[in-house]
Ligand binder design. Sequence first.
Ligand SMILES: *Cc1c(COP(=O)(O)O)cnc(C)c1O
Length: 401
Amino acid sequence: MSKDRKPLTQLAQAGRRPEWTGMPGQPGAIVSPPVWRASTILYDDVAHLRSAAGRSTHERLFYGRKGTPTSWSLADALTELEPGAEGTMLYPSGVAAIACALMAVLNPGDQLLMVDSAYDPTRNFCEQMLRPLGIDTIYYDPTVGAGIAGLITDATRAIFMESPGSLTFEVQDVPAIAAIAREKGIATLIDNTWATPFFFPALSHGVDISILACTKYIVGHSDVMMGSVTATPDVFPRIQKAAYLFGQMTSPDDAWLAARGLRTLGVRLNQHQASALRVAEWLAQQPDVARVLHPALPSCPGHDLWRRDFSGSSGLFSFILDGGDERARAALIDGLAHFGIGYSWGGFESLALPVDPARYRTAKPWQAEGPLVRLQIGLEDPDDLIADLDAGLARFRAARA
Ligand SMILES: *Cc1c(COP(=O)(O)O)cnc(C)c1O
């Protein structure tokens, strides 16, 4: 398939192979690969069954757990969005993708360098699953950049990044870290859920393994859980083997919904970007707001790196209130008319979440002027969202007084 298409064109075309959209010997094709549901695959005879078992099962009908054209099409499309990628495996959640990718590159006795701003279930996996297996995790400052070299030991086998961090939005110097790791033969992984390959094709910046919680922007409609891991030719065989050994797969219905979401990823992200920037810039001017943590604003640590490396910003960011306590923050959030209160993000609807980064940080203690609120800016009219937050800040002031 031609590789010179721009991302919006790729999103419209990727994964629509003729063998998945047409019927052998018949002219014509449907637009999108349909839902192929399967457990058993039937063979013509014993010899046929035996020959299938001896071959690679990648993108071949073998048994339902190895997928069908519905999941292969989605995986192929995600691979195409990451230039330099060999392939993509799909998982039933983003956390499953993170866990399986880490298990694919680490063995007992190995050391993992983990960014201190990582999604907290990622930390939990390191502490509660990897550590008992004899794999040590060392947390590092998200702004460490090339200073990562000073943390590498003979036992370091993998470096995990999340850029920007999905609670506090520090942008990492991904190319610097990836270059140092590659020189030393250390695997690099990134949780790329915030930018997606549409705004940050991670493998082009030297990373080996790009992980998405597809639950967020790929699906885009808050109705499917899914994860993906996309990797370079050097690493992909290990990723694929671990996924097969752990029996990871996704239902064809979920893969079909995620593939449907992927077609509009570009227009959705461009709108999330524009609306979130409007809301963020408005918040930055409010006297009750101490800081807005949004990679496209200069107040965000690593803003210059974002400008250098990313082609856009998505709809998720945080702001820090100027003083106030838990009760005043709750007064702001509880009365919001257009923001839901709940976990996750990346859907079409706006969300507000109280977050306490100090609870998680170990490498670099979290210090802030007041409590933090994380916002997912959805596809509603940003003027409605701003008016809603304006009233929320008035409630915050009243509760604080
Ligand atoms: C939500 C999230 C995940 C996990 O995805 P699930 O599909 O909910 O398991 C991983 N990383 C980040 C940054 C997330 O926000």
